[in-house]
Ligand binder design. Sequence first.
Ligand code: FAD
Ligand code: 2HG
Ligand code: ZN
Length: 476
Amino acid sequence: MTQLTQLLEQLRAIVGAGNVLTDGNLSAYEQDWRKREHGKSLAVVRPASTPEVAAVVKTCAAAGVSIVPQGGNTGMVVGSTPDASGTQVVLSLQRMNQVRALDGANLTVTVDAGCVLQAIQETCETAGFLFPLSMASEGSCTIGGNLGTNAGGTQVVRYGNTRELCLGLEVVTAQGEIWNGLSGLRKDNTGYDLRHLMIGSEGTLGVITGAIMKLYPLPATQLTAFVAVPSLDAAVQLLGLAHQHLSAGLTGFEVMGRFALSLVTKHFPQLRVPFADNATAPYCVVLENSDQESEAHARICFERLLEMAMEQGCVLDAVVAESITQARALWHIRESIPLAQAQEGLNIKHDISIAVSRIPEFVRLTDAQLQQAYPGARLVNYGHLGDGNLHYNVQAPAGVDAEAFLRDDEVGVNTIVYDMVDQFNGSISAEHGVGSLKREKLEQHKSPVALGMMRAIKQALDPDNRMNPGRVLSMQ
Ligand code: FAD
Ligand code: 2HG
Ligand code: ZN
């Protein structure tokens, strides 16, 4: 029996023959969401429990085979698919999808890592609680992937990133041991915080198998407004007013450039984008006010805010949703931008962060440099302005083949954007992570001291470099 046949037999014995996939169309596991890479796995293995994950990891370690943990495979940086070697096992957590417990008094929910984000939100809502993590991929992404990438989303301005929502983890180490850190404690100062080491490590330090996450009371009401603003400076000014007037009620503040919105109109004509014809509004903002008191109170706060903003000239026009259906429709426009962009063709994505106050200046300078170097490049600028996080994406000039643009100009475009990010003391990845797409850029933009500490941690926890090798850091 060859070593490979023996390994596959051992894996089948752990998870069942039907859950070791080697044949047929495995694109769902081997191709990344953006269609940047199509890898080839040795096998896709789908365990159903934490002990099964531990046994798979031990078996692969003994065979010298590396592992790519995978949740919903919605990541943006080619981090959850295998390389092209045919030697890596994709460890899919999708069968581990149970909500284990909900503790209303402790305001926590304990979940398997493979739970789909939307399913967690719905279970919690049915029980009368809010699980606030939210993003357009929520129907497919998993909480394990959210934790693996420390995902952000559209409610960070109030509730923080996934990291801030996590109180404990269960992890299978690179050696196949199980660490149960599901304490659910809000205070625990007993040494290094291993949970925070694992969160955002993109599967390079271990496999997250379970998590205990924070819950909040459901708000009495959530009001959504869609407003047209005369500039990005005005959007920042509006954000300041929104903080002042809504305080903790401000749960969403997303900016959308005109070109980004025009892609939504083009590819999803059934969605009605407000102010699409207002040529004086280069940006729109969607903002949300969650109120614990009443809808009437929420409306009064929103009206005051919008009145003040119009007086100060930072809002040109506004619609406030009259119903939940209308609110969803407004959010749907924002959430359709990534899909509209994908329909438009391959693109260069950036998820940068800069101090909110400096974002308009950053965009002015970077737009100008890009237009000079790549005349006609189309800037798809939108994102989480409330968090200082922009998706400053670049699409090929109209009529230019997208694949050719990426092949010839991606490096140059990235250099302009990331050098500017450095000048503004920002980050080259605010939410999507590093994966393999940004690994080299990380080497160039992170300090040698920070990289040294990261390598030391990786070396200590995964000395044989079997957990998602080639992602985040090169160990060569
Ligand atoms: P995957 O793509 O499967 O994996 C992502 C990374 O996490 C990989 O490195 C993988 O190895 C690792 N990983 C997965 N599961 C585990 C585990 N159990 N243990 C250890 N490591 C693991 N991201 C945002 O931050 N904010 C957004 O607003 C947002 N919006 C999006 C909208 C769309 C339409 C799409 C397609 C993506 C969006 N994303 C967003 C990106 C993506 O959805 C998130 O990164 C999400 O957290 C990935 O979850 P996943 O389960 O799909 O993970
Ligand atoms: C979002 O905020 C996601 O919609 C995706 O992070 C961003 O597609 C993108 O660039
Ligand atoms: Zn985002």
